[in-house]
Design a protein around this ligand. Structure first.
Ligand code: ADP
Ligand code: MG
Length: 258
């Protein structure tokens, strides 16, 4: 698989008045075009820092991050190469759902009739058309995350970064939303990196799981995940025989290096 993103020997420290904190050490991995990668590791091990490095908010202290086909934050037509999805949906209550999903395009002054149509299509495909004129508070937690994803996809990013996007949701909703979001990302053919401390979420959504150690985060192992074709959604994968095998394998990795 061609690499869309590759990190080699990346390290990063935070410098504060209190001193220096080595957050990540000697991180190397790559993500292929169209691949869905998950990064798991204990809280505080540097997962969010890693995403900030990938999207160029901060620079590595040493090592290199290369994104193929696009400059890191802008593609040639000026559209952002990278889209972000966070724990909170960050929808604005004073705008309708429709105006929220168009917000990114508006801010970037790229709201062409064609892009508007594309967004309307996504609202329709992903079951939000009927809610377009409502305020976000009228939506369930899952629908809000779906709207947030459509807003991100509207900008047509080449790479999607998801930082614990489901952790604010209750367990039941979380399963449904992960299913939903996973399906949308695959249908849209996006390359994605999901950061989570939830092993089951990683195993049920990703093609590969990258396991980080405690801080300073180091890559402890990279585990390819594959399920028989009939297990084609995260929820179904959770019920597959292979699931507990992967769970135990990654659990051991995490504990061993704890
Ligand atoms: P994770 O997302 O895996 O929970 P983070 O990447 O947020 O971990 O943080 C990794 C480490 O870096 C933590 O020990 C955290 O306290 C520290 N850290 C994060 N952000 C900053 C910052 N802005 N300044 C100083 N230290 C930070
Ligand atoms: Mg984090």
């Amino acid at each position: 698989m061609d690499a869309m993103l590759s990190l080699s020997h990346v390290s990063f420290s935070y410098h504060t008045l209190g001193g220096e904190t080595l957050a990540l050490y000697d991180i190397s991995f790559s993500v292929g075009f169209g691949e869905f990668a998950a990064i798991v590791g204990p809280s505080g091990c540097g997962k969010s820092t890693l995403l900030s490095l990938i999207c160029g908010l901060i620079r590595p202290e040493s090592g290199q991050i290369i994104m193929a086909g696009a400059r890191k934050n802008q593609t040639d037509d000026g559209s952002p190469g990278i889209g972000y999805m966070l724990q909170r949906d960050h929808l604005f209550e004073w705008r309708t759902v429709y105006d929220n999903v168009l917000l990114g395009l508006e801010i970037q002054k790229k709201l062409t009739p064609e892009k508007r149509r594309r967004v309307e299509e996504m609202l329709d495909t992903y079951g939000l058309s009927a809610f377009a004129g409502m305020k976000p508070s009228a939506l369930s937690g899952g629908m809000k995350q779906r709207a947030a994803l459509i807003r991100t996809l509207a900008l047509d990013p080449e790479l999607l970064l998801l930082d614990e996007p489901f952790s604010a949701l209750d367990y039941q909703t979380r399963l449904e939303v992960a299913d939903d979001i996973g399906m949308i990302i695959r249908r849209e053919g996006k390359t994605a990196i999901l950061v989570t401390h939830d092993l089951s979420e990683a195993i049920s959504m990703a093609d590969r799981v990258i396991v980080l150690s405690r801080r300073p985060g180091q890559v402890k192992s990279i585990i390819p995940i594959s399920f028989p074709a009939e297990y084609d959604t995260p929820l179904k994968k959770r019920n597959a025989e292979q699931f507990s095998h992967y769970f135990n394998l990654i659990w051991k990795e995490l504990k061993q290096y704890g």
